[in-house]
Design a protein around this ligand. Structure first.
Ligand code: ADP
Ligand code: ADP
Length: 233
């Protein structure tokens, strides 16, 4: 059965159907917002929609910490204190990632850039087609962060109240070391001081899509999808 119509093979049709924006969005898409806004939660859906591979700087840094690499040793104390790792460390990481063949049509950048310096550096090497800003007030953020859990086998993100893991997974989910009430306060201050000004920076460049993230997971996903479809005309 041809799901999306047209004269292509059913495999091609399914491919196009799953990624209707695969060719329409030229360049990278940035997922932007405070810690716990829902960037990681929405990333899989946007990646499927646009065909762009998800790259999370937080995940890359956590992998480096777990592997005890030089980068991981440098980043660890910043992450545990809820501070941003220095720009020069993270800029190198993303510049290398953008050289890989699967980044040719752009990446879905989850958590990068987070400072004006990072955005200026990205601007020199990559075109940013859209910045999806997921807006959530601080009081909702703390509850989201403290209740966040992750399945170490699949990387799937859950929440103890808002998106609880199925019974067979519940006993293996883990909590991130920095997902506690004290660290989240530092992360929120870092966000407001260093990251939030980027919204205007991208707004001035005409690529900012503002999304109300203080709604259910599905509703937020639908809003992002509509905004991207509308933007790509
Ligand atoms: P980020 O990647 O922006 O830090 P996550 O996607 O990891 O945020 O989400 C943080 C926590 O909030 C997770 O536990 C997730 O299940 C939960 N969450 C995500 N989106 C929503 C939403 N729209 N409503 C309620 N909880 C949400
Ligand atoms: P969250 O979205 O919940 O804040 P992330 O997984 O994106 O968490 O990031 C975890 C930590 O990794 C951040 O608190 C910060 O220390 C570091 N980090 C991730 N991305 C960046 C970045 N672009 N610049 C600086 N530090 C970063």
């Amino acid at each position: 059965m041809v799901i999306c119509g047209g004269s292509r093979t059913s495999h091609d049709a399914l491919y196009l159907c799953l990624a209707p924006l695969r060719r329409a969005v030229d360049g990278s898409i940035v997922l932007f917002g405070p810690p716990g806004a829902g960037k990681g939660t929405q990333a899989a859906r946007i990646s499927l929609l646009t065909g762009k591979p998800q790259v999370s700087t937080g995940d890359m840094l956590r992998a480096a910490v777990a592997a005890d690499t030089e980068l991981g040793r440098e980043a660890k104390s910043y992450m545990e204190a809820g501070l941003l790792v220095p720009d020069e460390v993270i800029i190198g990481l993303i510049s290398e990632r953008l050289k890989k063949p699967d980044a040719e049509s752009g990446l879905l950048l989850d958590g990068y850039p987070r400072t004006i310096v990072q955005a200026e550096s990205l601007d020199k090497i990559e075109s940013v087609a859209a910045v999806v800003s997921i807006e959530v007030p601080d009081d909702a953020i703390v509850r989201r962060i403290v209740g966040r859990r992750m399945d170490p086998e699949t990387g799937q993100i859950y929440h103890i109240d808002f998106n609880p893991p199925p019974e067979e997974i519940a006993n293996r989910v883990v909590q991130r070391k920095d997902d506690n009430e004290e660290t989240v306060r530092s992360r929120l201050s870092a966000y407001h001081e260093q990251t939030a000004p980027l919204a205007n920076w991208y707004g001035e460049r005409g690529v900012l899509l503002r999304i109300d993230g203080n709604k259910g997971i599905e509703v937020v996903g639908d809003s992002i999808e509509s905004a991207l479809l509308e933007m790509s005309g």
